[in-house]
Design a binder for this molecule. Structure first.
Ligand SMILES: [Zn+2]
Length: 270
């Protein structure tokens, strides 16, 4: 016992001789261990918290990028509907679904474009796999609840767990998957939803070509303050070819695109 704790301090000077000194060593040892444990527990990963995301940030960033691209003439169209933590699904939203692949379905208006993108990706000898598409309110609720429970089991408070979960799985009613215009696509050879998904051949192909089919990588890196969602190099959203081209080439996100006013058009986009 003495040797065990003595080794925390100095392997050459072993057990402290007096009881007082031994108690002090034990206290310091436990104190250090507790500090290390709590310290690492409180910062297990870097995730944007929803309570740090604000519309103030959104407007600031929009004006910063205002001279690099042209805003759409009309944002009140089905393919540009904005659904995010601050803009829930419209209450009157209805959807006509079309099957794409086994067990997956999207809004029929983007099904053909999605099928073409998948076909062409496969024609490039790659193996894309749609792992999530349209979700009902109930499905979104169960996914969100599971993520909250995961954080609760790690020791977070309910407030913390709910805030952190909302940046990973959208709150029910605020998910683009409920719109039917979003799909999660992974590489069949690497199906884990984490940032390294971006290095797979499938994602490299999709990131380069998705706009040609009217899709955008919806949650880019370093746009989390605007989208409210962490970087997701697997979530693609249909916005139409015209919008997808501008959004992709200008390096902006959908929030910036639809929230903007007058913009100048650079030569490369006109
Ligand atoms: Zn998704």
């Amino acid at each position: 016992m003495d040797n065990k704790f003595g080794s925390f301090i100095d392997s050459k000077r072993r057990a402290p001789r007096s009881w007082a000194l031994r108690s002090l060593v034990l206290l310091l040892g436990f104190g250090c261990a507790a500090f290390l444990l709590l310290g690492s527990y409180a910062h297990p990963c870097i995730l944007p918290r929803t309570n740090q995301l604000s519309k103030t940030v959104l407007h600031t960033s929009i004006s910063r990028t205002s001279s690099h691209w042209q805003a759409p003439k009309d944002t009140n169209v089905w393919n540009l509907v904005l659904v995010n933590p601050w803009n829930p699904l419209p209450e009157d939203h209805s959807i006509s679904l079309k099957q794409v692949g086994s067990g997956q379905a999207v809004d029929q208006r983007c099904a053909q474009a999605l099928q073409a993108m998948m076909d062409d990706c496969r024609a490039a000898n790659l193996s894309p796999l749609i792992c999530s598409s349209y979700r009902t309110q109930e499905t979104q609720q169960s996914l969100y609840d599971a993520q909250v429970n995961d954080f609760l089991s790690q020791g977070y408070s309910r407030d913390e767990a709910e805030s952190m979960a909302a940046t990973i799985v959208a709150l029910p009613g605020t998910s683009e998957h409920q719109l039917g215009l979003a799909v999660d696509i992974v590489d069949q050879n690497y199906q884990i939803l984490e940032s390294s998904q971006e290095d797979t051949p499938v994602q490299r192909w999709l990131m380069e070509h998705c706009w040609e089919y009217g899709f955008i990588l919806r949650y880019p890196e370093e746009k989390s303050d605007l989208t409210g969602i962490i970087y997701e190099p697997w979530h693609y959203r249909y916005v139409g070819v015209e919008a997808a081209k501008v959004i992709t080439q200008a390096g902006i996100c959908l929030e910036e695109y639809v929230g903007a006013t007058a913009k100048a058009v650079p030569d490369s986009l006109s």
